[in-house]
Design a protein around this ligand. Structure first.
Ligand code: MN3
Length: 196
């Protein structure tokens, strides 16, 4: 059974950057709908007893399980995404994360440039990611529900760039949403925990 997790902070905690209304729709409607639809599609799929990561990997690329993949991957992506933000977040990381970013991208500014370009450049719906690939950190973008797990890369951070993630607060200004995400919202402690 897929579960809808509680948000790790109150719905108004990311204001004024992301409104309570955005989190209400995004978590209570969009994320909940993926959970409900995913559970419906899991019945009789043969993957009912697998954990969520395994369902994602086993349904990816199987055209008979495309809808299942889309919903279950979106459940995982959103559960991960909520932890990528925190009140009073954003700005430059410190410690091991800062070191790894500098080693992989040359500088924090270069990472930010690549991360925003990935989010802005994702045509239509999708996600921008910071991932770990062996010793190296990389930025990638994925369309729709896809995520780095089935590319065997370890997700460290993600920004949801589906319009529902930002439209109420930013309308069509996805670049502004990504700037605010980087400057005011990123939970670098969560990124540090994900770093292997
Ligand atoms: Mn979303």
């Amino acid at each position: 059974m897929l579960q809808l997790p509680e948000l790790p902070y109150p719905k108004n905690a990311l204001e004024p950057h992301l409104s309570a209304r955005t989190l209400e729709f995004h978590h209570d409607k969009h994320h909940a709908a993926y959970v409900n639809k995913g559970n419906e599609l899991l019945q009789g799929s043969g993957l009912e007893n697998e954990n969520i990561e395994s369902i994602i990997k086993k349904s990816y690329g199987d055209s008979s399980k495309a809808a299942l993949f889309n919903n279950v991957a979106q459940v995982w992506n959103h559960s991960f995404f909520w932890h990528c933000m925190k009140p009073g977040g954003g700005g430059k990381p410190t410690g091991a994360v800062a070191d790894r970013i500098n080693a992989s991208f040359g500088s924090f500014d270069k990472f930010v440039e690549e991360f925003k370009a990935a989010g802005v450049g994702q045509f239509g719906s999708g996600w921008a990611w910071l991932v770990q690939n062996g010793d190296k950190l990389e930025v990638m973008k994925t369309p729709n529900a896809e995520n780095p797990l089935h590319h065997n890369k370890k997700p460290l951070l993600t920004a949801d760039v589906w319009e529902h993630a930002y439209y109420l607060d930013f309308q069509n200004r996805r670049p502004d949403f990504l700037s605010v995400f980087v400057e005011k919202l990123i939970n670098w402690e969560f990124v540090a925990k994900n770093l292997g």
